[in-house]
Write a protein that binds this ligand. Structure first.
Ligand code: ADP
Ligand code: MG
Length: 230
């Protein structure tokens, strides 16, 4: 369970303060599929980064399974991200000179996993996302949808409990977007991975069991509070 309480995040740029999050309270149960929606600049990415320990709040708490993520040391935070969380971004963030296989195994290399185990796991995850025939392709030799599937395989290689996706279909055509969303839905339904997805597209959000809307750094609506199915 993820518990966010009273979270405030203010960016300081010289003398200017940007109030990205102005008091966010949110509880996400294990196994949920949540879409975070809202206009550009409403704080969606900032919230997602805080959920995954990529950033820490200026005030308030973020706790995962009772562990205070917002109070961890830098090393403990990196450990938390490496063991529990997978991130997927709009821009894929693959390394262009590496094959799909080598991109996917990279997080394991950082964890000191042996080469043989890394290869086996990376191949397995590429198979799971339907890219068994593309393991030796480099990103430029893959379509956008395939590149995003490589990025998802990379996020899955460490067996995360929580998958955080920031506009994962933002650079994709509608057919590829639908494939990515089906894949996320399968991971959620069949593996029980908790998925939190940022999107501004209602069709994409419709794949989620719960929809949260943000505006000006606050949550303004949450379908979980309206008696919708979760
Ligand atoms: N690293 C940063 N430094 C300064 N301001 C930032 C930074 N990241 C985001 N912001 C600002 O914080 C606000 C919320 O941003 P963000 O969470 O990225 O919104 P969204 O993802 O909903 O578009 C915006 O006004 C944005 O310009
Ligand atoms: Mg954003």
């Amino acid at each position: 369970m993820l518990q966010v309480s009273g979270v405030v995040r203010t960016y300081r740029l010289g003398r200017t303060e940007v109030h990205a999050l102005q008091g966010v309270d949110l509880r996400i149960e294990d196994g949920e599929f949540v879409a975070i929606m809202g206009p550009s600049g409403s704080g969606k990415s900032t919230l997602l980064h805080l959920l995954g320990g990529l950033d820490v709040p200026d005030a308030g708490h973020v706790a995962y399974q009772g562990l205070e993520v917002s109070r961890l040391s830098r090393n403990a935070l990196a450990e938390f991200r490496g063991r529990k969380v997978g991130f997927v971004f709009q821009t894929f963030n693959l390394i262009p000179t590496l094959t799909a296989l080598h991109n996917v195994e990279l997080p394991l290399a950082y964890q000191g996993v042996s080469r043989r185990v890394r290869h086996a796991r990376a191949r397995d995850r590429l198979g799971q996302v339907g890219l068994a025939e593309r393991v030796h392709h480099r990103p430029a030799e893959l379509s956008g949808g395939e590149q995003q599937r490589v990025a998802i395989a990379r996020a899955l290689v460490t067996d995360p409990e929580l998958l955080l996706c920031d506009e994962p279909t933002g650079n994709l055509d509608s057919a590829s977007s639908a494939q990515i969303m089906e894949l996320l839905r399968t991971l959620n339904h069949e593996r029980g991975i908790t998925v939190v997805l940022v999107t501004h597209e209602p069709e994409i959000a419709s794949f989620a069991g719960r929809r949260i809307h943000m505006r000006d750094g606050r949550i303004v609506s949450d379908s979980a509070g309206e008696g919708e199915s979760r």
